[in-house]
Write a protein that binds this ligand. Structure first.
Ligand code: CA
Length: 235
């Protein structure tokens, strides 16, 4: 979808918030489809293509988490979750359901617009770099060849470390919870194994020469998990 025709699905049952967000989005020349309950959201998403979804968690008919799962079954469209609660747990739940980002109410529409722009930018970056060869400054990843090199020197990674790096690097900027990484990297779903991701991450950082306190590529998201950044990889 081109820049001018970016269509956003907004799912929010509180009319005042919905109207305010629609006004802001339209001012920035996005095309908006706004609906007020979860079932309408699922129907609308099946009917047409969207560049991004803004989804309230507490909704009539079908709850936001169920809508999110339904969307994720068919699409990896960028998705921002709106949540009324501020507890870290709720944010993590949002991310584990497959949301890319979240905002806690009450939020400023300006902040939401900034997140929308950032996510749309990220999704265009990840399209460019989702090929079989990825280059992030000094870091080169050859997916079919299972090879990683830093400044031209090949780095020996275990299968788990390689999967961890590729999972993060193919979605730059997206925050992955430890639980998600356990599922994607280790292939099983068991809470006790979340900390093993930390060990893999520690080894991976040491091997590619990244530093957790001053990261170039691999960032810790405190209380949640990890994300990969491309912008600073040019150093
Ligand atoms: Ca609501």
């Amino acid at each position: 979808m081109s820049e001018e025709t970016r269509r956003i699905l907004l799912v929010e049952d509180e009319k005042a918030i919905r109207d305010a967000v629609v006004a802001y989005l339209e001012r920035e020349r996005y095309s908006v489809v706004a609906v007020g309950d979860g079932q309408e959201a699922i129907d609308e998403f099946a009917r047409q293509e969207f560049s991004l979804v803004i989804l309230d968690l507490m909704l009539p008919k079908v709850q936001g988490d169920a809508v999110c799962r339904s969307i994720r079954e068919r699409s990896d469209v960028p998705l921002i979750m709106l949540t009324a609660k501020s507890e870290v747990e709720d944010r993590i739940i949002g991310l584990e359901m497959g949301a890319d980002d979240y905002l806690v109410k009450p939020f400023s529409p300006r902040e939401l617009m900034a997140r929308v722009r950032a996510l749309l930018r990220r999704s265009s970056i990840s399209t460019e770099t989702s090929g079989e060869q990825m280059e992030f400054g000094r870091l080169h990843i050859d997916i079919p060849g299972h090879k990683v090199s830093v400044s031209g020197t090949e780095v020996e990674l275990t299968t788990s470390e390689f999967k961890l790096l590729v999972t993060l690097a193919t979605s730059p900027g997206r925050v992955f919870s430890r639980m998600e990484l356990v599922e994607k990297v280790l292939g099983y779903d068991f809470e006790g194994y979340e900390r093993t991701i930390d060990s893999h991450m520690k080894n991976l950082r040491a091997k590619i020469g990244d530093d957790s306190r001053h990261p170039i590529w691999l960032y810790t998201v405190h209380g949640v998990g990890y994300r990969f950044e491309t912008s600073s990889g040019q150093r």
